[in-house]
Design a protein around this ligand. Structure first.
Ligand code: PEP
Ligand code: MG
Length: 569
Protein backbone atom coordinates (compact mmCIF):
# COMPACT_ATOMS: atom_id res chain seq x y z
CA UNK A 1 0.00 0.00 0.00
CA UNK A 2 1.21 3.51 -0.78
CA UNK A 3 -0.45 6.86 -0.05
CA UNK A 4 -0.09 10.09 -2.00
CA UNK A 5 -1.26 13.52 -0.93
CA UNK A 6 -2.51 15.83 -3.63
CA UNK A 7 -5.14 18.56 -3.94
CA UNK A 8 -8.71 17.40 -3.46
CA UNK A 9 -10.42 18.97 -6.47
CA UNK A 10 -13.70 17.09 -6.64
CA UNK A 11 -15.18 15.42 -3.55
CA UNK A 12 -16.31 11.81 -3.36
CA UNK A 13 -14.70 8.40 -3.21
CA UNK A 14 -13.66 6.43 -6.26
CA UNK A 15 -12.48 2.85 -6.11
CA UNK A 16 -11.23 1.29 -9.34
CA UNK A 17 -8.30 0.32 -11.51
CA UNK A 18 -5.64 2.56 -13.00
CA UNK A 19 -5.90 3.56 -16.66
CA UNK A 20 -2.89 5.63 -17.56
CA UNK A 21 -3.41 8.25 -20.24
CA UNK A 22 -0.08 8.92 -21.81
CA UNK A 23 0.89 12.35 -22.93
CA UNK A 24 0.52 12.92 -26.62
CA UNK A 25 3.76 11.96 -28.37
CA UNK A 26 4.44 14.67 -30.91
CA UNK A 27 7.18 13.99 -33.46
CA UNK A 28 9.99 16.55 -33.59
CA UNK A 29 9.18 19.46 -35.85
CA UNK A 30 11.38 21.59 -38.09
CA UNK A 31 12.43 24.90 -36.62
CA UNK A 32 12.45 26.78 -39.92
CA UNK A 33 10.50 26.69 -43.13
CA UNK A 34 11.44 27.56 -46.71
CA UNK A 35 8.16 29.03 -47.82
CA UNK A 36 6.45 31.38 -45.30
CA UNK A 37 3.31 31.66 -47.44
CA UNK A 38 2.81 27.93 -47.51
CA UNK A 39 3.56 27.80 -43.78
CA UNK A 40 0.99 30.53 -43.10
CA UNK A 41 -1.69 28.61 -44.95
CA UNK A 42 -0.79 25.42 -43.02
CA UNK A 43 -1.13 27.38 -39.78
CA UNK A 44 -4.46 28.94 -40.78
CA UNK A 45 -5.82 25.59 -41.92
CA UNK A 46 -4.84 24.04 -38.59
CA UNK A 47 -6.59 26.89 -36.74
CA UNK A 48 -9.76 26.40 -38.76
CA UNK A 49 -9.66 22.64 -38.20
CA UNK A 50 -9.04 23.06 -34.48
CA UNK A 51 -11.86 25.61 -34.21
CA UNK A 52 -14.31 23.16 -35.77
CA UNK A 53 -13.04 20.45 -33.46
CA UNK A 54 -13.55 22.69 -30.41
CA UNK A 55 -17.02 23.73 -31.55
CA UNK A 56 -17.99 20.06 -31.79
CA UNK A 57 -16.35 19.41 -28.43
CA UNK A 58 -18.23 22.34 -26.82
CA UNK A 59 -21.52 20.94 -28.11
CA UNK A 60 -20.89 17.44 -26.81
CA UNK A 61 -19.46 18.73 -23.52
CA UNK A 62 -22.63 20.80 -23.07
CA UNK A 63 -24.73 17.66 -23.34
CA UNK A 64 -22.41 15.47 -21.31
CA UNK A 65 -21.16 17.87 -18.66
CA UNK A 66 -23.40 20.96 -18.74
CA UNK A 67 -22.99 24.72 -19.01
CA UNK A 68 -19.83 25.24 -16.96
CA UNK A 69 -17.94 22.61 -18.95
CA UNK A 70 -19.03 24.00 -22.30
CA UNK A 71 -17.95 27.51 -21.28
CA UNK A 72 -14.47 26.22 -20.49
CA UNK A 73 -14.10 24.57 -23.88
CA UNK A 74 -15.40 27.73 -25.52
CA UNK A 75 -12.66 29.68 -23.72
CA UNK A 76 -10.22 28.04 -26.12
CA UNK A 77 -12.27 29.15 -29.07
CA UNK A 78 -11.94 32.71 -27.81
CA UNK A 79 -8.17 32.28 -27.76
CA UNK A 80 -8.19 31.22 -31.40
CA UNK A 81 -9.88 34.52 -32.11
CA UNK A 82 -7.42 36.52 -30.01
CA UNK A 83 -5.89 38.95 -32.52
CA UNK A 84 -2.71 39.52 -30.49
CA UNK A 85 -1.83 35.85 -30.04
CA UNK A 86 -2.63 35.04 -33.65
CA UNK A 87 -0.67 38.05 -34.97
CA UNK A 88 2.36 37.05 -32.86
CA UNK A 89 2.36 33.55 -34.30
CA UNK A 90 1.89 34.77 -37.87
CA UNK A 91 4.72 37.30 -37.46
CA UNK A 92 7.10 34.50 -36.42
CA UNK A 93 6.06 32.47 -39.43
CA UNK A 94 6.61 35.40 -41.81
CA UNK A 95 10.10 35.76 -40.31
CA UNK A 96 10.95 32.18 -41.33
CA UNK A 97 9.84 29.95 -38.44
CA UNK A 98 7.96 26.77 -39.16
CA UNK A 99 4.31 26.89 -38.09
CA UNK A 100 5.04 24.34 -35.33
CA UNK A 101 7.89 26.25 -33.76
CA UNK A 102 6.02 29.57 -34.04
CA UNK A 103 3.01 28.07 -32.22
CA UNK A 104 5.19 26.43 -29.57
CA UNK A 105 7.39 29.50 -28.91
CA UNK A 106 4.63 32.08 -28.81
CA UNK A 107 2.33 29.92 -26.65
CA UNK A 108 5.21 29.14 -24.28
CA UNK A 109 5.84 32.86 -23.86
CA UNK A 110 2.16 33.51 -23.03
CA UNK A 111 2.10 30.57 -20.62
CA UNK A 112 5.17 31.93 -18.81
CA UNK A 113 3.55 35.37 -18.49
CA UNK A 114 0.21 33.99 -17.28
CA UNK A 115 1.83 31.54 -14.86
CA UNK A 116 3.79 34.37 -13.30
CA UNK A 117 0.55 36.00 -12.13
CA UNK A 118 -1.15 34.64 -9.12
CA UNK A 119 -4.82 35.17 -9.64
CA UNK A 120 -7.12 32.32 -10.50
CA UNK A 121 -8.53 33.70 -13.73
CA UNK A 122 -5.10 34.36 -15.22
CA UNK A 123 -3.80 30.92 -14.31
CA UNK A 124 -6.87 29.44 -15.98
CA UNK A 125 -5.89 31.48 -19.03
CA UNK A 126 -2.51 29.71 -18.96
CA UNK A 127 -4.42 26.39 -18.99
CA UNK A 128 -6.28 27.59 -22.08
CA UNK A 129 -3.08 28.55 -23.91
CA UNK A 130 -1.48 25.22 -22.98
CA UNK A 131 -4.44 23.32 -24.41
CA UNK A 132 -4.54 25.48 -27.49
CA UNK A 133 -0.79 24.89 -28.08
CA UNK A 134 -1.30 21.16 -27.79
CA UNK A 135 -4.34 21.16 -30.10
CA UNK A 136 -2.67 23.23 -32.83
CA UNK A 137 0.57 21.22 -32.75
CA UNK A 138 -1.41 18.00 -32.85
CA UNK A 139 -3.19 19.13 -36.00
CA UNK A 140 -0.03 20.53 -37.64
CA UNK A 141 1.83 17.28 -37.03
CA UNK A 142 -1.11 15.05 -37.95
CA UNK A 143 -1.33 13.28 -34.57
CA UNK A 144 -4.75 11.93 -33.60
CA UNK A 145 -6.34 12.51 -30.17
CA UNK A 146 -7.07 9.37 -28.15
CA UNK A 147 -10.76 8.58 -27.74
CA UNK A 148 -11.61 8.57 -24.03
CA UNK A 149 -15.37 8.25 -24.33
CA UNK A 150 -15.49 4.48 -23.94
CA UNK A 151 -13.20 3.80 -21.01
CA UNK A 152 -14.40 0.69 -19.14
CA UNK A 153 -16.48 1.06 -15.99
CA UNK A 154 -14.42 1.51 -12.83
CA UNK A 155 -11.50 3.25 -14.58
CA UNK A 156 -9.39 5.63 -12.57
CA UNK A 157 -7.75 7.90 -15.07
CA UNK A 158 -4.16 8.78 -14.22
CA UNK A 159 -2.33 11.38 -16.31
CA UNK A 160 0.30 14.08 -16.07
CA UNK A 161 -2.48 16.52 -17.00
CA UNK A 162 -5.74 16.44 -18.91
CA UNK A 163 -7.30 19.09 -21.10
CA UNK A 164 -10.91 20.15 -20.47
CA UNK A 165 -12.00 18.63 -23.78
CA UNK A 166 -10.36 15.31 -22.82
CA UNK A 167 -12.21 15.34 -19.48
CA UNK A 168 -15.38 16.32 -21.34
CA UNK A 169 -15.32 12.90 -23.01
CA UNK A 170 -15.51 11.01 -19.71
CA UNK A 171 -18.83 9.36 -19.01
CA UNK A 172 -20.43 9.68 -15.59
CA UNK A 173 -20.63 6.29 -13.95
CA UNK A 174 -17.74 4.87 -16.00
CA UNK A 175 -14.78 6.90 -14.84
CA UNK A 176 -14.54 6.27 -11.10
CA UNK A 177 -11.82 8.84 -10.40
CA UNK A 178 -9.21 11.22 -11.80
CA UNK A 179 -5.62 11.58 -10.63
CA UNK A 180 -3.11 13.98 -12.16
CA UNK A 181 0.32 15.35 -11.39
CA UNK A 182 -0.61 18.99 -11.97
CA UNK A 183 -3.53 21.40 -11.54
CA UNK A 184 -5.32 22.92 -8.57
CA UNK A 185 -8.82 23.39 -7.14
CA UNK A 186 -9.67 26.22 -9.51
CA UNK A 187 -8.13 24.71 -12.65
CA UNK A 188 -10.39 23.97 -15.56
CA UNK A 189 -9.93 20.25 -15.04
CA UNK A 190 -11.16 20.60 -11.44
CA UNK A 191 -14.28 22.47 -12.56
CA UNK A 192 -14.97 19.76 -15.17
CA UNK A 193 -14.50 16.97 -12.62
CA UNK A 194 -16.94 18.63 -10.20
CA UNK A 195 -19.48 19.17 -12.98
CA UNK A 196 -19.16 15.49 -13.92
CA UNK A 197 -19.31 14.48 -10.22
CA UNK A 198 -16.15 12.40 -10.61
CA UNK A 199 -13.86 12.32 -7.53
CA UNK A 200 -10.52 13.93 -8.39
CA UNK A 201 -7.14 14.47 -6.77
CA UNK A 202 -4.80 16.78 -8.66
CA UNK A 203 -1.11 17.62 -8.22
CA UNK A 204 -0.30 14.22 -6.70
CA UNK A 205 3.40 14.50 -7.48
CA UNK A 206 5.37 11.52 -8.75
CA UNK A 207 2.34 9.31 -8.86
CA UNK A 208 2.51 8.46 -12.58
CA UNK A 209 5.90 6.87 -12.35
CA UNK A 210 4.84 4.69 -9.42
CA UNK A 211 1.45 3.54 -10.61
CA UNK A 212 1.06 0.35 -12.62
CA UNK A 213 -1.61 -0.06 -15.29
CA UNK A 214 -4.56 -2.03 -13.90
CA UNK A 215 -3.48 -1.56 -10.27
CA UNK A 216 -6.23 -1.03 -7.70
CA UNK A 217 -6.59 2.55 -6.49
CA UNK A 218 -8.71 4.58 -4.08
CA UNK A 219 -9.28 8.26 -4.85
CA UNK A 220 -10.51 10.28 -1.89
CA UNK A 221 -11.43 13.59 -3.51
CA UNK A 222 -12.59 15.20 -0.25
CA UNK A 223 -9.26 14.66 1.54
CA UNK A 224 -7.02 14.94 -1.53
CA UNK A 225 -5.69 11.44 -0.92
CA UNK A 226 -4.79 8.63 -3.32
CA UNK A 227 -4.15 5.10 -2.03
CA UNK A 228 -2.46 2.65 -4.35
CA UNK A 229 -2.65 -1.08 -3.78
CA UNK A 230 -4.83 -0.50 -0.68
CA UNK A 231 -4.86 -2.76 2.36
CA UNK A 232 -8.04 -4.73 2.98
CA UNK A 233 -8.92 -2.49 5.94
CA UNK A 234 -8.67 0.67 3.80
CA UNK A 235 -10.80 -0.88 1.11
CA UNK A 236 -13.45 -1.80 3.66
CA UNK A 237 -13.45 1.62 5.31
CA UNK A 238 -13.69 3.46 2.00
CA UNK A 239 -16.28 1.09 0.57
CA UNK A 240 -18.49 1.74 3.60
CA UNK A 241 -18.00 5.51 3.28
CA UNK A 242 -18.91 5.23 -0.40
CA UNK A 243 -21.98 3.21 0.52
CA UNK A 244 -23.06 5.83 3.06
CA UNK A 245 -22.85 8.46 0.32
CA UNK A 246 -24.90 6.29 -2.03
CA UNK A 247 -27.46 5.84 0.74
CA UNK A 248 -27.60 9.58 1.30
CA UNK A 249 -28.39 10.00 -2.40
CA UNK A 250 -30.99 7.24 -2.25
CA UNK A 251 -32.59 8.94 0.79
CA UNK A 252 -32.88 12.13 -1.23
CA UNK A 253 -34.93 10.22 -3.79
CA UNK A 254 -37.81 10.24 -1.30
CA UNK A 255 -38.17 13.96 -2.05
CA UNK A 256 -38.69 13.39 -5.77
CA UNK A 257 -42.18 14.34 -6.88
CA UNK A 258 -42.93 15.93 -3.48
CA UNK A 259 -43.80 19.50 -2.61
CA UNK A 260 -41.08 21.54 -0.94
CA UNK A 261 -42.35 22.00 2.62
CA UNK A 262 -40.69 22.65 5.94
CA UNK A 263 -40.88 20.03 8.74
CA UNK A 264 -43.86 21.95 10.15
CA UNK A 265 -45.63 22.16 6.81
CA UNK A 266 -44.87 25.65 5.49
CA UNK A 267 -44.64 25.78 1.67
CA UNK A 268 -41.47 26.72 -0.24
CA UNK A 269 -40.31 26.22 -3.83
CA UNK A 270 -37.15 24.74 -5.27
CA UNK A 271 -36.34 25.95 -8.78
CA UNK A 272 -33.30 25.32 -10.96
CA UNK A 273 -30.71 27.57 -12.58
CA UNK A 274 -29.99 26.62 -16.17
CA UNK A 275 -27.84 27.90 -19.00
CA UNK A 276 -28.76 25.90 -22.10
CA UNK A 277 -31.70 24.21 -23.79
CA UNK A 278 -30.26 20.83 -22.72
CA UNK A 279 -30.09 21.99 -19.11
CA UNK A 280 -33.90 22.27 -19.15
CA UNK A 281 -33.92 18.50 -19.55
CA UNK A 282 -31.60 18.12 -16.55
CA UNK A 283 -33.82 20.43 -14.50
CA UNK A 284 -36.94 18.43 -15.29
CA UNK A 285 -35.10 15.16 -14.59
CA UNK A 286 -33.94 16.65 -11.28
CA UNK A 287 -37.57 17.42 -10.36
CA UNK A 288 -37.19 21.21 -10.22
CA UNK A 289 -40.52 23.00 -9.78
CA UNK A 290 -39.53 25.64 -12.29
CA UNK A 291 -36.58 27.61 -13.62
CA UNK A 292 -35.55 30.46 -11.34
CA UNK A 293 -32.80 31.59 -13.68
CA UNK A 294 -32.17 30.97 -17.36
CA UNK A 295 -28.83 32.55 -18.19
CA UNK A 296 -29.29 33.56 -21.83
CA UNK A 297 -25.58 34.13 -22.50
CA UNK A 298 -25.34 30.63 -24.06
CA UNK A 299 -27.02 31.98 -27.20
CA UNK A 300 -24.33 34.62 -27.59
CA UNK A 301 -21.16 32.69 -26.73
CA UNK A 302 -18.69 30.94 -29.03
CA UNK A 303 -19.68 32.94 -32.10
CA UNK A 304 -18.81 36.21 -33.78
CA UNK A 305 -22.34 37.12 -34.87
CA UNK A 306 -25.43 37.73 -32.75
CA UNK A 307 -28.49 35.50 -32.50
CA UNK A 308 -31.52 36.99 -34.26
CA UNK A 309 -35.07 37.16 -32.96
CA UNK A 310 -36.15 33.86 -34.55
CA UNK A 311 -33.20 31.94 -33.17
CA UNK A 312 -33.77 33.31 -29.67
CA UNK A 313 -37.52 32.79 -29.87
CA UNK A 314 -37.01 29.15 -30.92
CA UNK A 315 -34.61 28.51 -28.02
CA UNK A 316 -36.91 30.06 -25.38
CA UNK A 317 -39.93 28.34 -26.89
CA UNK A 318 -38.19 24.96 -26.85
CA UNK A 319 -37.32 25.37 -23.17
CA UNK A 320 -40.83 26.59 -22.31
CA UNK A 321 -42.38 23.60 -24.05
CA UNK A 322 -39.99 21.19 -22.34
CA UNK A 323 -41.00 22.66 -18.97
CA UNK A 324 -44.71 22.17 -19.48
CA UNK A 325 -46.52 24.43 -17.06
CA UNK A 326 -43.45 25.20 -14.90
CA UNK A 327 -42.26 28.77 -14.45
CA UNK A 328 -39.41 29.86 -16.74
CA UNK A 329 -37.51 32.93 -15.57
CA UNK A 330 -35.54 34.30 -18.52
CA UNK A 331 -32.79 36.68 -17.56
CA UNK A 332 -31.96 39.23 -20.25
CA UNK A 333 -28.37 39.29 -21.48
CA UNK A 334 -25.86 39.70 -18.65
CA UNK A 335 -22.98 40.84 -20.87
CA UNK A 336 -19.73 42.29 -19.58
CA UNK A 337 -17.80 41.83 -16.33
CA UNK A 338 -16.91 38.13 -16.27
CA UNK A 339 -19.13 37.36 -19.27
CA UNK A 340 -17.46 38.27 -22.54
CA UNK A 341 -19.69 38.20 -25.61
CA UNK A 342 -17.53 38.25 -28.75
CA UNK A 343 -20.33 39.38 -31.11
CA UNK A 344 -20.92 42.61 -29.14
CA UNK A 345 -17.34 43.85 -29.58
CA UNK A 346 -17.75 45.79 -26.33
CA UNK A 347 -15.27 48.57 -25.75
CA UNK A 348 -12.49 47.62 -23.32
CA UNK A 349 -13.06 49.37 -20.00
CA UNK A 350 -10.71 50.11 -17.18
CA UNK A 351 -13.07 48.55 -14.68
CA UNK A 352 -15.53 46.31 -16.51
CA UNK A 353 -17.23 45.10 -13.30
CA UNK A 354 -18.34 48.65 -12.65
CA UNK A 355 -18.81 49.47 -16.28
CA UNK A 356 -21.34 49.45 -19.06
CA UNK A 357 -22.59 45.91 -18.52
CA UNK A 358 -25.78 43.84 -18.35
CA UNK A 359 -28.95 45.97 -18.24
CA UNK A 360 -26.90 49.15 -18.67
CA UNK A 361 -25.40 47.91 -21.94
CA UNK A 362 -28.75 46.62 -23.20
CA UNK A 363 -30.54 49.89 -22.46
CA UNK A 364 -27.76 51.73 -24.28
CA UNK A 365 -28.37 49.55 -27.36
CA UNK A 366 -32.14 49.55 -27.66
CA UNK A 367 -32.31 48.08 -31.16
CA UNK A 368 -30.24 45.12 -30.03
CA UNK A 369 -32.14 44.73 -26.73
CA UNK A 370 -35.52 44.78 -28.45
CA UNK A 371 -34.57 41.65 -30.41
CA UNK A 372 -34.28 39.73 -27.13
CA UNK A 373 -37.36 41.29 -25.51
CA UNK A 374 -39.52 40.53 -28.57
CA UNK A 375 -38.26 36.93 -28.63
CA UNK A 376 -39.11 36.47 -24.92
CA UNK A 377 -42.54 38.10 -25.30
CA UNK A 378 -43.38 35.80 -28.22
CA UNK A 379 -42.11 32.68 -26.44
CA UNK A 380 -44.33 33.68 -23.49
CA UNK A 381 -47.29 32.24 -25.42
CA UNK A 382 -45.81 28.75 -24.97
CA UNK A 383 -45.25 28.69 -21.22
CA UNK A 384 -45.18 30.63 -17.93
CA UNK A 385 -42.36 33.01 -18.70
CA UNK A 386 -41.03 35.81 -16.53
CA UNK A 387 -38.41 38.41 -17.49
CA UNK A 388 -35.51 39.00 -15.10
CA UNK A 389 -33.24 42.05 -15.38
CA UNK A 390 -29.56 41.66 -14.37
CA UNK A 391 -27.43 44.25 -12.51
CA UNK A 392 -30.22 46.73 -11.89
CA UNK A 393 -28.97 49.64 -9.78
CA UNK A 394 -31.77 52.23 -9.99
CA UNK A 395 -35.52 52.55 -10.57
CA UNK A 396 -35.13 54.29 -13.94
CA UNK A 397 -33.68 51.13 -15.44
CA UNK A 398 -36.81 49.14 -14.62
CA UNK A 399 -39.05 51.93 -15.92
CA UNK A 400 -37.08 52.16 -19.17
CA UNK A 401 -37.37 48.40 -19.70
CA UNK A 402 -41.13 48.57 -19.12
CA UNK A 403 -41.38 51.40 -21.61
CA UNK A 404 -39.33 49.45 -24.16
CA UNK A 405 -41.45 46.35 -23.54
CA UNK A 406 -44.54 48.47 -24.22
CA UNK A 407 -43.08 49.53 -27.57
CA UNK A 408 -42.17 45.93 -28.44
CA UNK A 409 -45.73 44.89 -27.65
CA UNK A 410 -47.17 47.61 -29.88
CA UNK A 411 -44.95 46.48 -32.74
CA UNK A 412 -45.85 42.82 -32.27
CA UNK A 413 -49.54 43.72 -32.13
CA UNK A 414 -49.24 45.73 -35.35
CA UNK A 415 -47.48 42.77 -37.00
CA UNK A 416 -50.29 40.48 -35.88
CA UNK A 417 -47.97 38.30 -33.81
CA UNK A 418 -48.98 36.55 -30.62
CA UNK A 419 -47.22 37.44 -27.37
CA UNK A 420 -47.70 37.41 -23.60
CA UNK A 421 -48.93 40.89 -22.65
CA UNK A 422 -48.98 40.05 -18.93
CA UNK A 423 -45.39 38.80 -18.61
CA UNK A 424 -44.02 39.60 -15.12
CA UNK A 425 -40.85 41.72 -14.95
CA UNK A 426 -38.46 41.01 -12.09
CA UNK A 427 -35.25 42.52 -10.79
CA UNK A 428 -32.01 40.71 -9.97
CA UNK A 429 -31.01 42.04 -6.56
CA UNK A 430 -27.24 41.87 -6.90
CA UNK A 431 -25.90 45.38 -6.46
CA UNK A 432 -25.53 47.29 -3.17
CA UNK A 433 -27.60 50.13 -4.64
CA UNK A 434 -30.49 47.76 -5.41
CA UNK A 435 -30.37 46.48 -1.81
CA UNK A 436 -30.38 50.04 -0.46
CA UNK A 437 -33.49 50.95 -2.47
CA UNK A 438 -35.17 47.54 -2.25
CA UNK A 439 -38.42 49.22 -1.12
CA UNK A 440 -38.45 51.55 -4.14
CA UNK A 441 -37.66 48.70 -6.53
CA UNK A 442 -40.30 46.49 -4.93
CA UNK A 443 -42.87 49.07 -5.96
CA UNK A 444 -41.77 48.77 -9.60
CA UNK A 445 -40.98 45.07 -9.96
CA UNK A 446 -43.29 42.05 -10.15
CA UNK A 447 -40.73 39.86 -8.34
CA UNK A 448 -37.18 39.83 -7.02
CA UNK A 449 -34.39 37.31 -7.42
CA UNK A 450 -31.38 37.72 -5.14
CA UNK A 451 -28.06 37.12 -6.89
CA UNK A 452 -25.80 36.43 -3.94
CA UNK A 453 -22.75 35.76 -6.12
CA UNK A 454 -22.49 39.33 -7.33
CA UNK A 455 -24.21 40.87 -4.30
CA UNK A 456 -21.53 39.44 -2.00
CA UNK A 457 -18.69 40.62 -4.23
CA UNK A 458 -20.08 44.12 -4.60
CA UNK A 459 -21.19 44.59 -0.98
CA UNK A 460 -17.81 43.43 0.33
CA UNK A 461 -15.90 45.05 -2.57
CA UNK A 462 -13.95 41.80 -2.77
CA UNK A 463 -13.53 39.52 -5.75
CA UNK A 464 -13.82 35.82 -4.93
CA UNK A 465 -11.39 35.03 -7.75
CA UNK A 466 -8.63 37.01 -6.04
CA UNK A 467 -7.00 34.87 -3.33
CA UNK A 468 -5.66 37.96 -1.52
CA UNK A 469 -9.17 39.18 -0.69
CA UNK A 470 -11.35 36.12 -1.29
CA UNK A 471 -11.75 35.53 2.48
CA UNK A 472 -13.87 38.68 2.60
CA UNK A 473 -16.12 37.29 -0.11
CA UNK A 474 -18.44 35.38 2.22
CA UNK A 475 -22.19 35.32 2.45
CA UNK A 476 -21.72 35.01 6.23
CA UNK A 477 -20.42 38.56 6.42
CA UNK A 478 -22.93 40.59 8.47
CA UNK A 479 -23.01 43.25 5.74
CA UNK A 480 -24.19 40.69 3.20
CA UNK A 481 -26.78 39.19 5.57
CA UNK A 482 -28.17 42.63 6.35
CA UNK A 483 -28.48 43.38 2.62
CA UNK A 484 -30.35 40.09 2.08
CA UNK A 485 -32.62 40.84 5.05
CA UNK A 486 -33.39 44.30 3.70
CA UNK A 487 -34.30 42.86 0.29
CA UNK A 488 -36.49 40.11 1.78
CA UNK A 489 -38.28 42.54 4.08
CA UNK A 490 -38.97 44.96 1.23
CA UNK A 491 -40.36 42.18 -0.98
CA UNK A 492 -42.51 40.79 1.84
CA UNK A 493 -43.89 44.23 2.67
CA UNK A 494 -44.71 44.93 -0.99
CA UNK A 495 -46.22 41.45 -1.34
CA UNK A 496 -44.10 40.43 -4.32
CA UNK A 497 -42.52 36.96 -4.74
CA UNK A 498 -38.83 36.76 -3.90
CA UNK A 499 -36.35 34.08 -4.85
CA UNK A 500 -32.63 33.54 -4.63
CA UNK A 501 -30.58 32.26 -7.57
CA UNK A 502 -27.05 32.82 -6.24
CA UNK A 503 -24.98 29.94 -4.85
CA UNK A 504 -26.09 30.68 -1.27
CA UNK A 505 -29.53 29.23 -2.08
CA UNK A 506 -28.00 25.74 -2.17
CA UNK A 507 -25.79 26.25 0.91
CA UNK A 508 -27.11 23.81 3.50
CA UNK A 509 -25.95 26.03 6.36
CA UNK A 510 -27.83 29.00 4.97
CA UNK A 511 -31.14 27.37 4.09
CA UNK A 512 -32.79 27.46 7.58
CA UNK A 513 -31.69 31.07 8.05
CA UNK A 514 -33.03 32.12 4.65
CA UNK A 515 -36.33 30.36 5.35
CA UNK A 516 -36.71 32.26 8.61
CA UNK A 517 -35.81 35.51 6.87
CA UNK A 518 -38.71 35.10 4.43
CA UNK A 519 -37.17 33.55 1.34
CA UNK A 520 -39.71 31.41 -0.50
CA UNK A 521 -38.02 30.32 -3.73
CA UNK A 522 -34.63 28.65 -3.80
CA UNK A 523 -33.12 28.38 -7.27
CA UNK A 524 -30.17 26.02 -7.43
CA UNK A 525 -28.14 23.92 -9.85
CA UNK A 526 -30.23 20.96 -11.05
CA UNK A 527 -27.84 18.61 -9.20
CA UNK A 528 -28.79 20.29 -5.88
CA UNK A 529 -32.59 20.31 -6.22
CA UNK A 530 -33.40 17.24 -4.13
CA UNK A 531 -30.78 18.07 -1.53
CA UNK A 532 -32.24 21.56 -1.10
CA UNK A 533 -35.78 20.17 -0.81
CA UNK A 534 -34.48 17.63 1.72
CA UNK A 535 -32.82 20.37 3.78
CA UNK A 536 -36.02 22.46 3.77
CA UNK A 537 -37.92 19.40 5.01
CA UNK A 538 -35.67 19.21 8.10
CA UNK A 539 -36.42 22.72 9.29
CA UNK A 540 -38.99 23.74 11.93
CA UNK A 541 -39.65 27.44 11.37
CA UNK A 542 -39.78 28.49 15.06
CA UNK A 543 -36.33 26.87 15.48
CA UNK A 544 -35.07 28.66 12.36
CA UNK A 545 -36.35 31.95 13.75
CA UNK A 546 -34.31 31.42 16.91
CA UNK A 547 -31.31 30.65 14.74
CA UNK A 548 -31.94 33.92 12.90
CA UNK A 549 -31.89 35.84 16.20
CA UNK A 550 -28.57 34.24 17.15
CA UNK A 551 -27.11 34.85 13.68
CA UNK A 552 -27.97 38.54 13.68
CA UNK A 553 -26.42 38.91 17.10
CA UNK A 554 -23.13 37.69 15.56
CA UNK A 555 -20.60 40.37 14.79
CA UNK A 556 -17.84 38.73 12.80
CA UNK A 557 -17.94 36.46 9.77
CA UNK A 558 -16.34 33.65 11.75
CA UNK A 559 -18.85 33.91 14.57
CA UNK A 560 -21.73 33.79 12.12
CA UNK A 561 -20.27 30.92 10.12
CA UNK A 562 -19.86 28.97 13.37
CA UNK A 563 -23.42 29.67 14.50
CA UNK A 564 -24.78 28.48 11.15
CA UNK A 565 -22.52 25.43 10.96
CA UNK A 566 -23.33 24.26 14.48
CA UNK A 567 -26.99 24.20 13.46
CA UNK A 568 -26.30 21.44 10.92
CA UNK A 569 -24.69 19.15 13.55
C1 PEP B 1 -25.49 36.04 -9.05
O1 PEP B 1 -24.80 37.03 -9.27
O2 PEP B 1 -25.71 35.60 -7.90
C2 PEP B 1 -26.11 35.29 -10.16
C3 PEP B 1 -26.94 34.31 -9.96
O3 PEP B 1 -25.76 35.66 -11.42
P1 PEP B 1 -24.42 35.20 -12.16
O4 PEP B 1 -23.75 34.16 -11.31
O5 PEP B 1 -24.86 34.69 -13.50
O6 PEP B 1 -23.67 36.48 -12.25
MG1 MG C 1 -24.85 38.03 -11.23
Amino acid sequence: MKKYQGIGASAGIGIGTVRKIRELQLPPARAHAEDPDEELSRFRASCEGYKREMEDAARSVRENVGRKGAEIVRGQLLLLNDPELMADIERRITEGSSAESAVADVCDRYIRIFCGMEDEVTSQRADDVRDCRRGLLRRLLGVKETDLSDLPEGSIVAAADLTPSQAGQFRRGRVAGIVTESGGRTSHLAIMARALEIPAVLSAKGILEDLREGEQLIVDGGRGLVIADPAETDLEAYASEQKAEQERRARLEQFRGKLSVSADGYPFHVHANIGTVEDAERAVAADAEGIGLLRTEFLFLGREDLPGEEEQFEAYRKIALRLGGRILTVRTLDAGGDKEIPGLKMRAEENPFLGNRAIRYCLGHEGFFKVQLRAILRAGVYGRLRILLPMVSCVEEVRRVRELLGRCMEELRAEGREFDAQIPVGVMMETPSAAMIADLLAAEADFFSIGTNDLTGYIMSADRGNPEVSCLNSVCQPAVLRAIRQILNAATEAGIPVGMCGEAAADERMIPLLMAMGLKEFSVDPSAVLQTRGRIAEVFLPEAEKLMQRTFAGITEREIAEILSSEGD
